[in-house]
Design a protein around this ligand. Structure first.
Ligand SMILES: C[S@@+](CC[C@H](N)C(=O)[O-])C[C@H]1O[C@@H](n2cnc3c(N)ncnc32)[C@H](O)[C@@H]1O
Length: 282
């Protein structure tokens, strides 16, 4: 996903769900009584959710929000589009095996919306989040466990014509796709790392795109393979994805809208207090 302008024009679902996350789960966050909180936003993308929602809804006493992303193109767009004294954008791959020193024990809260399904090594990502938190810090994230496009990629990647462009398709499918015990499996990862008060919830949600063109735009904008396909074949490739959407009943005859069911994994967890951590170590 390296086209911030296209992304910015179609990201209605991620915005809707970021607002839902804020409305339904923000009251769990342990804001510092005297303010000065530092907040890390992972996978900030074009920066719209960081600026328009996160910055808007955190308490006014928050000191700084640091939006991070693995894509330099996204960061450049975010930096050019959103400036505020309480906002910074930085480059970070949350799946890195060596978290840069400056992130260790720095943040009071970590937030992330619609990013972590891109990360196959969930343990590494949540270890990095843990390491970036101060004692008593907390994390609130939402990302896709299931999404119709994951199965569609699976099917299309087996077709001879498209196989060469989609050999690594699994990298772009949530690690929880087709997992029947996502909540418990994810909880185990977090408990093993050392998180406390772990809550993992898979919520079934739907989004209705008003017409076929809107769904086609989404299919195109979030597709990681399309750039590898020669331009002359791209329309045919997207047609194939649309046909598969129809076969799977997402696009119904005689109705304009396209109904997309999906599962959102919502995770809230805390790092222990300094006293608890010291006692555990002793
Ligand atoms: C769908 S966008 C979500 C953007 C924003 N959070 C929102 O809610 O609109 C996902 C973002 O995650 C970023 N991303 C993917 N893998 C990442 C990683 N390993 N570390 C940091 N960011 C990553 C992508 O570059 C992309 O900008």
């Amino acid at each position: 996903m390296n086209d911030p302008s296209l992304y910015a024009s179609v990201n209605v679902v991620t915005r809707r769900d970021a607002k839902y996350l804020i409305d339904s789960y923000f009251d769990k966050i342990k804001w510092l009584p005297n303010g000065g909180d530092l907040v890390l936003d992972i996978g900030c993308g074009d920066g719209a959710v960081t600026y328009e929602l996160l910055l808007e809804y955190v308490p006014k006493t928050v000191e700084m929000i640091v939006g991070t992303d693995v894509s330099l193109t996204m960061l450049k767009y975010a930096n050019n589009s959103y400036q505020h004294p309480k906002l910074q954008f930085q480059h970070l791959d949350i799946a890195t095996e060596s978290l840069p020193k400056q992130y260790f024990g720095k943040f009071d809260h970590v937030f992330s919306n619609y990013c972590l399904h891109w990360v196959q090594d969930q343990r590494q990502a949540f270890q990095n989040i843990y390491d970036s938190l101060k004692p008593n810090g907390d994390v609130l994230v939402a990302y896709l466990a299931e999404y119709p496009l994951f199965s569609i990629y699976e099917t299309i990647s087996k077709l001879k014509k498209w196989e060469p462009y989609m050999i690594d398709y699994k990298k772009f499918v949530s690690p929880y796709h087709n997992n029947f015990d996502t909540e418990n499996n994810h909880k185990d990862i977090l408990k093993n790392i050392g998180y406390d008060y772990v809550e993992c919830k898979c919520e079934r949600r739907t989004f209705v795109y008003k017409d076929l063109i809107s769904w086609r735009k989404i299919v195109q904008s979030v597709n990681p393979f399309v750039e590898r396909i020669p331009e002359s074949k791209r329309d045919e490739y997207i047609d194939e994805l649309m046909l598969e959407s129809k076969k799977r009943g997402l696009i119904r005859e005689n109705t304009e809208g396209v109904t997309i069911p999906y599962e959102l994994l919502i995770v809230y967890a805390q790092k222990r207090t300094k006293l608890e951590l010291d006692t555990k170590r002793a």
